[in-house]
Write a protein that binds this ligand. Structure first.
Ligand code: ADP
Length: 262
């Protein structure tokens, strides 16, 4: 078992708020499907989950105005343990233990802090535990304001030695233009380079909780490509594409960001 783990590649799965919530409540069916995917993925890879959704989870319990920053922080503080309790319950039905790690963007600025966090993560993984990472929303507001964890998950993948980041979104891939606006948008299955112009698209997000939009995902992809890592973006509503790619090696849908030389 120990030996098998040594050969396993590490993968980070990031799931956005849109996938985790629906109409002000947690989307329990989608969370159950996600957890079942993580359990299957865990047979082939070492798995780390980066989960948004603390605000969505908290709002289902504490219905105060979620548009002021202080309130969002308070709602996230209520939601984080609630969300974790749901993950713990769902994962336990697969005999898997989960752990919570709250990080701040600044943790990646310090080599010492990154090393400490990595040590905890390595130890959890070695013991078959799935680390579930979120930003510490009560003290570090950057992702609450813009990122919805896209950038954080790219840092997690890079600094914690993962080969690849999977981003599960409300859209099934990266298109040549916004598919919610243009009917003739075409999905790119493979992206090797991200141009500076692609990062200038205004970060439009279409929901109440999500703050990321496509630009933060592209920035995450660029960071990983620059560091010779890969990213796969697929639907978190329908997991068939991501399952097929990672569990059966067949690329049906979803966008694979991978540099030319890799
Ligand atoms: P999540 O909550 O899953 O992190 P977001 O809603 O923040 O995701 O970002 C994804 C959204 O970005 C899509 O639903 C889509 O409306 C928008 N979008 C804009 N341009 C594109 C594009 N070129 N390809 C895919 N999605 C795009």
């Amino acid at each position: 078992m120990q030996l098998k783990r040594l050969e396993m590649k590490r993968i980070v799965v990031k799931v956005g708020s849109h996938v985790l919530s629906q109409d002000g409540e947690l989307a329990r069916d989608r969370i159950a499907n996600l957890v079942s995917f993580l359990a299957d993925l865990g047979e082939k890879y070492e798995v780390i989950l980066v989960s948004s959704g603390a605000v969505a989870a908290g709002y289902s319990k504490l219905k105060i105005d979620r548009y002021t920053l202080g309130n969002r922080q308070a709602i996230a503080a209520v939601g984080q343990p609630y969300l974790m309790s749901i993950y713990a319950k769902e994962l336990s039905s697969f005999g898997i233990l989960s752990a919570q790690i709250l990080l701040s963007a600044s943790d990646f600025d310090s080599r010492k802090r990154t090393k400490h966090a990595k040590c905890a993560i390595d130890t959890l993984i070695k013991n078959g535990v799935i680390p579930i990472i979120n930003e510490n929303d009560a003290t570090d507001i950057a992702e609450l304001v813009f990122g919805d964890n896209d950038q954080m998950s790219a840092h997690v993948a890079h600094y914690f030695d993962a080969k690849e980041l999977i981003i599960l979104s409300d859209i099934d891939g990266y298109y040549d233009k916004d598919p919610r606006v243009f009917e003739d948008a075409v999905m790119k299955k493979r992206v090797e380079v991200i141009k500076a112009s692609e990062l200038e698209i205004p970060a439009v997000s279409n929901g109440t909780f999500a703050t990321g939009g496509i630009v933060t995902k592209l920035k995450a992809a660029k960071f990983l490509l620059d560091n010779k890592k890969e990213m796969f973006m697929a639907s978190g509503f329908d997991l068939r594409d991501v399952r097929s790619y990672f569990l059966h090696g067949e690329h049906l849908g979803g966008t694979h960001f991978k540099g030319r030389t890799l």
